[in-house]
Design a binder for this molecule. Structure first.
Ligand code: PEP
Length: 269
């Protein structure tokens, strides 16, 4: 039974898909689909940079939130091709993905750069969604736990407990992203619990409640309407970061509805 006190989140990572017209239409369909609904999860859309403003205009004054897929950690400067935290804030962005596996795999993102970006996001009041997860090779060599612990520990280096109020972590096994192969729900839950325990180890304090217990941890990796219910039933899994199935309202809205049902069930307990 997932802790009802933790926020439930359904987030859509549109990756390098959707021109402005397509992004506008999809954001409108999602905003319309959740309009007037109660007990919603936090819904966040991560469009490509070229459509962030467009989607921001659509979701302003709705229950849908705006995110960006990446950022640089500097405030400004000679960093061609990069976008800074103040620039994201300027166009109304609230959430930012940090360390998505595609950034790690193809664009040289490292645990050290994830840490710099996380610190910059928090400094500027952006809500970070830090992505961690093992590759297929690492899983096959029984390195999942070590890799995930290392990624989480490195991301959180030099932070204080008080910095973590808006932190969200996404467990995204690389082998499950965009492959149609979903990590079994109970195994995803086990790794989410490990992430929570790792956060608690990093910030162990006798005075305060374990901070990891209040941090939402999402699962990502080929989440679909047919997989979400079992995933949301897990005790340490507080939502989903969704790629492919976030690209149409027909697939994304049912994920939001499933989370809404889950929230309603948790309230009744
Ligand atoms: C992602 O992009 O973070 C993701 C999990 O993609 P998909 O749902 O397509 O596997």
């Amino acid at each position: 039974m997932s802790n009802p006190k933790r926020s439930k989140i359904i987030a859509g990572n549109w990756k390098m898909h959707k021109n402005r017209g397509e992004a506008k239409a999809l954001a409108e369909a999602i905003a319309k689909g959740v309009k007037g609904e109660k007990d919603l999860p936090i819904v966040v859309l991560f469009p490509p940079f070229t459509a962030v403003s467009t989607v921001g205009d659509v979701v302003k004054d709705t229950s849908v939130n705006l995110g960006a897929q990446n950022m640089d950690h500097h405030d400004s400067g000679a960093f061609t091709g990069e976008v800074s935290p103040p620039m994201l804030l300027d166009v109304g962005v609230e959430y930012v993905l940090i360390g998505h596996s595609e950034r790690r795999q193809f664009f040289g993102e490292t645990n050290a750069s994830v840490n710099l970006k996380l610190k910059a996001a928090l400094k500027h009041g952006l809500k970070p969604v830090v992505c961690v997860g093992e590759s297929l090779d690492e899983r096959e060599n029984n390195l999942t736990d070590a890799v995930v612990r290392r990624q989480v520990g490195a991301a959180l280096a030099d932070l204080e407990v008080t910095d973590l109020k808006t932190l969200v972590v996404a467990y995204e096994p690389v082998w499950a992203i965009g492959t149609g192969k979903t990590c079994e729900a109970t195994e995803a839950n086990r790794v989410c619990a490990l992430i929570r325990a790792t956060i608690n180890d990093v910030f162990r304090s006798e005075e305060s409640a374990p901070v990891g217990d209040s941090i939402p941890i999402l699962y990502g990796g080929s989440v679909k309407p047919s997989t979400i219910d079992e995933q949301l039933e897990q005790s340490d899994l507080d939502g989903a970061l969704v790629g492919g199935a976030s690209l149409t309202a027909d697939e994304f809205l049912p994920l939001i509805k499933s989370a809404q049902k889950r929230i309603q069930a948790l309230v009744k307990v």
